[in-house]
Design a protein around this ligand. Structure first.
Ligand code: NDP
Ligand code: 13P
Length: 323
């Protein structure tokens, strides 16, 4: 919808026939956006081949668990011209669960004929419910190739959607993925009725452990002070639209994880990301106490209140790690 506001031909690929019909016939996508009328420039199709035919830019917007499969289906459809010239941008915020790989790594593995350096990630505080209403939104695009990042910036930027560039692909991907864990935690804190001090503490110390792991993985620490770091963390921990927050809230109220996920109807990236980050923390030998606490609640049956109590009772330490 955002792209269709400034570009004449935008085609969405979906595997859901009712959704495709709704977009093409009523110019609406009522499953997600009840009352919004979409641009007539926006078409939908069940055929991936049709969606990408002669596409100058391809946006990969599937959840991270689906990214490898989507790219495998895409590979035989890409023409030599598209492989050489088209822009590929992904917007997923998570790691591949089994391998803990970042999304650009997964995409590069599945599209070996495409120049991996030209892949772009778009991230930042950007709930779809607000973008579709044209509320002012800012995001960051990152690529190893400056020209590709600038091409993505030109593609997406408009009067209500401001796009910054950043060369730090690792930082932008890690920030986008890990903020979902803290969003779960913020919801959980609210579900326990622990108030705003606890939420502020969680966000601040959450950013510290996101930065700690990100830097070990090769990110620029300053990226975490930007839109894909603190920016997205704030929106996920405070917005009524946040799925991760909502899932955490239900957990804090005592609901079981399976019950929470069944009731969501939308992806909650933070759940699988907690497992991946838990393994990455071990692999990189980084302390991530909040991630550890969430891991215990989600996958080891620890009561949320006990996890918070354990976090508060950790051995005393300095705030700034170099001290
Ligand atoms: N929503 C938001 O505001 C934002 C989301 N993101 C990120 O974008 C990604 C997608 O999120 P979002 O769209 O919100 O998630 P939703 O759960 O709302 O929707 C996921 C969509 O992906 C489709 N899908 C899932 N698996 C596959 C597959 N294997 N093949 C094809 N289609 C598939 C689903 O189709 P079906 O209905 O058939 O299951 C559904 O249409 C996530 O990584 C999220 O973190 C990033 C920024 C903002
Ligand atoms: O990443 C998002 C918005 O920037 C969406 O994730 P949440 O719905 O969990 O906040």
């Amino acid at each position: 919808s955002l792209l269709a506001d400034s570009h004449s031909e935008v085609v969405v690929w979906s595997r859901n026939a009712a959704e495709v019909d709704d977009i093409n016939q009523s110019h609406m996508n009522r499953r997600f956006f009840k009352e919004v009328v979409l641009s007539p420039n926006l078409k939908a199709t069940l055929s991936m081949e049709e969606a990408i035919r002669e596409a100058e830019a391809i946006i990969l917007a599937a959840p991270s668990a689906a990214m490898r499969g989507v790219c495998a289906a895409l590979r035989p459809l890409l023409t030599p011209v598209q492989l050489a010239e088209s822009l590929i941008v992904h917007v997923a915020k998570g790691f591949e669960a089994e391998t803990m790989k970042r999304m650009t790594t997964v995409i590069a593995e599945e599209l070996p004929e495409y120049d991996a350096n030209k892949l772009v990630v778009l991230s930042g505080p950007s709930h779809a419910e607000e973008v579709i209403l044209q509320c002012p939104t800012t995001v960051v695009v990152a690529s190893g190739n400056v020209a590709a990042a600038e091409a993505a910036q030109d593609l997406f930027i408009n009067a209500y959607f401001r796009v910054y560039t950043n060369p730090d692909v690792i930082g932008v991907e890690v920030g986008g993925a890990l903020k979902n864990i803290i969003g779960l935690g913020a919801g959980l804190i609210e579900g326990l009725n622990f108030g705003d001090n606890a939420k502020a503490a969680l966000m601040t110390r959450g950013l510290a452990e996101i930065t700690r792991l990100g830097v070990k993985m090769g990110a620029n620490p300053l990226t975490f002070a930007g839109l894909a770091g603190i920016g997205d963390l704030v929106v996920t921990c405070t917005s009524k639209h946040s799925r991760n927050w909502r899932a955490g809230y239900m957990l804090g109220q005592g609901k079981a994880l399976s019950e929470v996920l069944d009731s969501m109807g939308m992806v909650v990236e933070g759940v699988k990301t907690t497992k991946s980050a838990h393994k990455l923390a071990e692999q990189y030998e980084v302390s991530m106490p909040i991630t550890e606490a969430l891991f215990q609640v989600l996958f080891a049956g620890k009561a949320p209140i006990e996890a918070v109590s354990d976090l508060m009772g950790r051995v005393k330490t300095h705030e700034i790690e170099e001290v």
